[in-house]
Design a protein around this ligand. Structure first.
Ligand code: HEC
Length: 149
């Protein structure tokens, strides 16, 4: 990286450092948590991986956020429930994922997750998460929202 050498190198390094440390607002925190804790499986663009059975985070989770059963499911999937993130951080990263990858299905009545809601829902650890997911899909289907999986 020739650009980081020479008289401009230190300046550029200082700017990069300032950008990465100084301006971490709420949204940036969600993004950084996503990249650190979720992107390894769900990929940086949230597209997931069919061959590895990792679902895409586009479109579908937005529907989940509109019903209580779906909100519980979102906090209980293993990648979230068992992550090292605390409840504040889970709320932040979930809201970031929903607003950035599933905005098209969120609807205007979207209520962002609060840490208290995450704490309450995440405390329950369903033995079979796929059963929970099927139940969520059934509730949505009854409302006329049929999701293809
Ligand atoms: C070790 C890989 C891995 C990591 C890390 C991971 N996930 Fe997942 N995620 C999965 C898999 C696999 C599933 C499918 C359900 C299952 O098998 O548990 C899933 C399911 C989900 C779902 C439900 C999607 C659907 O349509 O059913 C959401 C939302 C989700 N993950 C978000 C996240 C977030 C946010 C993070 C970071 C905090 C994260 N995941 C970390 C692998 C991972």
């Amino acid at each position: 990286m020739g650009i980081l050498r020479g008289p401009w190198g230190n300046w550029l390094a200082a700017v990069l450092l300032a950008l990465s440390c100084g301006t971490v607002g709420a949204t940036d925190f969600g993004r950084q948590s996503y990249l650190l804790h979720c992107a390894g499986c769900h990929l940086p663009d949230g597209g997931g991986s069919k061959v590895n059975d990792v679902p895409s985070l586009h479109d579908i989770p937005g529907h989940f956020a509109s019903i209580p059963e779906g909100r519980a499911f979102l906090t209980q999937v293993p990648g979230i429930a068992y992550s090292p993130l605390n409840n504040d951080e889970v709320a932040e990263v979930l809201n970031w994922v929903l607003l950035n990858f599933s905005q098209n299905t969120l609807g205007t009545a979207f209520q962002p997750f609060t840490p208290a809601e995450v704490a309450r829902l995440r405390a329950e650890r369903p033995a079979d998460i796929f059963k929970v997911r099927s139940a969520v899909l059934a509730v949505l289907a009854a409302k006329g929202i049929r999701l293809n999986y």
